[in-house]
Design a protein around this ligand. Structure first.
Ligand code: ADP
Ligand code: ADP
Length: 232
């Protein structure tokens, strides 16, 4: 695992009247899962993108294991942080296997090891490797695309996972299975996970702690599921 520290993180998109993320400060411990919940537009996705350095904060900072992400090499960052998003983000011109193999190849894994890993990851997300390996994303359902997106995020075994509504389009039975897999990764492999959802049941199931973002894009509550249920 790796600890993540957000210090007074703020994003003000040019032209918007209000900041989209306003002074978020919190620490995610190594091996912990923190779930961000809150209404649509409160800044959950923007927060994840700043952790990932896909966008730059207007002010404040993100530290991973004490190191400011602005100082990290981009390739190293991709290996450290697995990122799965709602829309799957698969490259349409690449097959399922090529999408999943992307970061392991970047990390210099051997072809043999990469192929074995692709098979393992497809099985983990409940897709038959023989059937799906060579398909292009457009030939998958929305839920299947998301599952490949999750497989890709996990493929290089990153210590940190950022997941932005990764199971939104997945059918309920598979979703429950993937949630259990995520809990296992957290417990057995001590992954540090930041998970975004608007589903409070999912937040309670997965979160060691839950950060509730309010309408004003600030943290309204940050506590364990038990404490949040007791004092909603
Ligand atoms: P959430 O993930 O909680 O739904 P987002 O982080 O996607 O929220 O968005 C937070 C706010 O920032 C919203 O008001 C949204 O319209 C705005 N926003 C998001 N991305 C951009 C952008 N690229 N340019 C301008 N405004 C944006
Ligand atoms: P999901 O709940 O997984 O999103 P869908 O109802 O979208 O499922 O799809 C049901 C089945 O149809 C899937 O198992 C998938 O194999 C198949 N399917 C969906 N879209 C396509 C497509 N464009 N090409 C081939 N098969 C597809």
């Amino acid at each position: 695992g790796a600890a993540i520290e957000l210090v007074d993180l703020t994003k003000h998109y040019p032209g918007n009247p209000r900041p989209s993320v306003d002074g978020v400060t919190l620490r995610v411990h190594a091996g912990e899962t923190v779930v961000f919940v809150g209404p649509s537009g409160c800044g959950k996705s923007t927060t994840l993108k700043m952790i990932n350095r896909l966008i730059e904060p207007s002010s404040g900072s993100v530290r991973i294991n004490g190191e400011d992400v602005t100082g990290l090499d981009p390739v190293k960052l991709r290996r450290e942080i697995g990122y799965a998003i709602q829309s799957s983000g698969l490259f349409p011109h690449m097959t399922v296997a090529q999408n999943i193999a992307l970061v392991p190849r970047l990390a210099g894994w051997s072809g043999r090891r990469v192929r074995a890993r692709v098979t393992e990851m497809l099985e983990l997300v409940g897709l038959d490797p023989g059937e799906f390996r060579d398909r292009y994303p457009r030939r998958l359902s929305g839920g299947q695309q998301q599952r490949v997106g999750v497989a890709r995020a996990l493929a290089a075994d990153p210590p940190v996972l950022l997941m932005d509504e990764p199971f939104g389009a997945v059918d309920p039975i598979t979703r429950a299975h993937l949630q259990d897999e995520l809990l296992r990764l957290q417990r057995e492999l001590r992954k540090t996970i930041v998970f975004v959802t608007h589903d409070i049941d999912e937040a309670i199931k997965l979160g060691d702690r839950i950060a509730v973002l309010g309408e004003r894009s600030r943290i309204a509550q940050f506590d364990t599921p038990e404490a949040i249920l007791a004092h909603p």
